[in-house]
Write a protein that binds this ligand. Structure first.
Ligand code: FHN
Length: 606
């Protein structure tokens, strides 16, 4: 048996019995405990700092930074922190990496300053990832940075002091799945992640609970416990509820993400009465198209393609993309947890630091438009996003209007003042016509990525989305009807921007339908084309109507929700000039959704 596992296993069982953790929570007794509840005021108070923070740093750091994406001279695909699983490395071989872990360039104060200078309010760092190695001096076992490495320093202890100095809230990511502990799951080659159940799992669960209590007791005030690896078969919703109750009893103001239970996709509404454990939803590597209205949620994303450091992953997102993600998320009422994967020497990659500094420079003068803001009252703004505070709208202008007039559709509030956030003493002219306001802007955008225009308004924002203006025919006589211009009829269909979509999506309810208005200045005969996408197993039949004329369509699978093909539906004749309405209504649905619809084009045939 491998020395460190033998020592860690014996030690952990001994401590658990001594520390009285041998009493297993009710969940292990086969019953489902009752999730503790709180009223709205209590929840709002507990979540307040987190909702105001809006922006945090995720750090994935551990032994996996040593191989950094390569094993035995070969590149290993996928995310760096999964190398033990993806390269099928036996525990005895992988744990030898501990003897090489000596991050002599690690400087907790420098990390904390980088986080603060980026405008980030909290840090979520891997106290233990799936490989089981701990970045803190745990009494539960010896597979950690103090006992098993030449570094011998307690990383989390140093970060606790540094974060306190810099005013960064310290939080821990802790993996439920553990590929190292002998009781966590049966060794599962070639896939630890799907290993068979382990009859001794309750003993591992007690070991994990012991570590969690160490983390809450020994490293200052902890803001969040961020669970992950909850998908393993040995972990149950009942255990998640029991653990949530237990941790909140230890630290009542602790915030815990939804991956402590089994409802990763589930979102925690603001309402007090919840059934699944966890305080907020955790969409990963994505931004929900319309946020998650009424729920607390946080999008976690990488800066390149990996969470843990990979020496050859240079696929960095631009500063513009990262900043637009931050603003997009805030405009939808969410938090942005942006990841950094430090090197084995203990440094944040230069490409990460460079982007963080640029974001921090913008946040320094624009932070008021992010921190403690609420979601946008507009369904969509073609030029950017909007965040809100009482009496204020922060208009984030990504695309500067060429004519110097910023179009603000549907806002019925009186605007008492308008100015650039960076020039509050220089009011901007506001005009109004047909339910649309126009803000006169300088010729050049002060910040090409995002310039913030502030509107001071009276009362709560009141936006009535005006019906899209009827589309006119193009110079070539064609009529181009875009997904983003459609009138939506129904509760689930929505316009999805970016991600290769830029189309009407979430068409999960076949009762939902869409329409466009367009005008012709002369009669015409047209061929109708529709650009759509549907993943395998989804689709359906639909009707496209223009007044009394109807064309039928059948959505063929295109391979994914972002693989668009254009289908020719047939011909229509519009015998007079004037205004028309074109509608697309599903007749039925297969699978998840009817289709993603990007455009409908009427092409003149004469
Ligand atoms: O498997 C992990 C992965 O390594 C990484 O930690 C992400 C970050 O949220 N979570 C899991 C995948 O969902």
């Amino acid at each position: 048996m491998r020395p460190s596992r033998r020592i860690s296993a014996t030690l952990s069982v001994g401590i658990i019995m001594l520390a009285g953790f041998a009493r297993l929570p009710p969940a292990h007794a086969g019953e489902t405990p009752t999730l503790i509840q709180e009223n709205k005021e209590q929840r709002d108070q507990r979540m307040k700092w987190w909702r105001e923070a809006r922006f945090g740093m995720f750090v994935h750091w551990g032994l996996y930074a040593i191989p950094a994406g390569e094993w035995r001279g070969k590149a290993v695909g996928s995310i760096g922190e999964w190398i033990m699983n993806n390269a099928h490395i036996p525990v005895a071989e992988y744990e030898q990496l501990a003897s090489q872990f000596n991050p002599v360039k690690f400087d907790a104060r420098q990390w904390a300053r980088t986080i603060k200078d980026a405008g980030m309010e909290y840090l979520v760092i891997t106290s233990k990832h799936h490989d089981g190695f701990c970045l803190f001096d745990s009494r539960q076992g010896d597979y950690n940075v103090v006992k098993a490495t030449p570094f011998k320093r307690d990383v989390l202890e140093e970060l606790s002091a540094a974060c306190k100095e810099e005013g960064v809230t310290l939080c821990f990511y802790h993996s439920i799945m553990d590929w190292h502990h002998p009781d966590a799951q049966a060794p599962g080659f070639p896939n630890y992640s799907a290993a068979p159940p382990n009859p001794n799992f309750p003993r591992y669960a007690a070991y994990m609970r012991g570590q969690l209590k160490e983390l809450l007791a020994n490293y200052g005030h902890i803001g969040i416990l961020w669970f992950d690896g909850e998908w393993i078969g040995d972990w149950t919703e009942a255990q998640g509820i029991a653990l949530y109750n237990e941790l909140r009893a230890v630290q009542p103001d602790l915030i815990i993400n939804n991956r402590i239970g089994k409802s990763r996709s589930g979102m925690q509404g603001m309402s007090a009465q919840k059934t699944s454990p966890g305080d907020y939803g955790t969409p990963e590597q994505e931004i929900p198209a319309t946020g998650i209205p009424g729920a607390d949620w946080e999008s976690c994303m990488t800066m390149n393609d990996t969470w843990g450091f990979k020496k050859n992953d240079q696929h960095w997102k631009s500063t513009e993309t990262l900043m637009h993600n931050l603003v997009d998320i805030a405009s939808k009422g969410g938090n942005f947890l942006l990841n950094v994967g430090p090197t084995a020497e203990g440094e944040m990659p230069a490409a990460s630091v460079e982007r963080l500094a640029a974001i921090g420079k913008w946040m320094k003068v624009n932070g008021d438009s992010i921190y403690a803001t609420g979601p946008s009252p507009f369904a969509r703004l073609p030029w950017g996003r909007c965040t809100t505070k009482p009496g204020k709208l922060f208009l984030h202008v990504f695309k500067w209007p060429k004519d110097g007039k910023l179009d603000v559709p549907g806002l019925s509030n009186k605007v008492s003042n308008a100015f650039l956030l960076t020039a509050p003493s220089s009011p901007l002219k506001v005009t109004e016509s047909e339910g649309r306001k126009a803000i006169s802007l300088p010729a050049e955008a002060p910040n090409a990525i995002d310039t913030v225009v502030v509107l001071q308004i009276e009362g709560e924002p009141n936006v009535t989305v005006p019906a899209p203006a009827p589309k006119k025919a193009e110079a070539d006589g064609s009529v181009q009807l875009l997904g983003g211009e459609a009138a939506l009829h129904g509760g689930t269909i929505r316009y999805e921007e970016g991600g290769g979509k830029d189309a009407l999506g979430f068409w999960t309810d076949p009762k939902d339908w869409v329409s466009w208005e367009f005008t012709l200045d002369k009669p015409g005969k047209f061929e109708v084309g529709i650009s759509l996408a549907a993943e395998k197993g989804s689709g359906g039949e639909y009707a496209l109507t223009v007044r009394s004329q109807e064309l039928s369509g059948e959505v063929a699978e295109t391979g994914s929700w972002s693989s668009f093909v254009t289908e020719k539906l047939g011909k229509i004749e519009l015998a007079a000039a004037g205004k028309y309405t074109l509608a697309v209504k599903p007749r039925n649905k297969r699978g998840i959704a009817v289709m993603n619809l990007r455009t409908v084009v009427l092409k003149p045939t004469e």
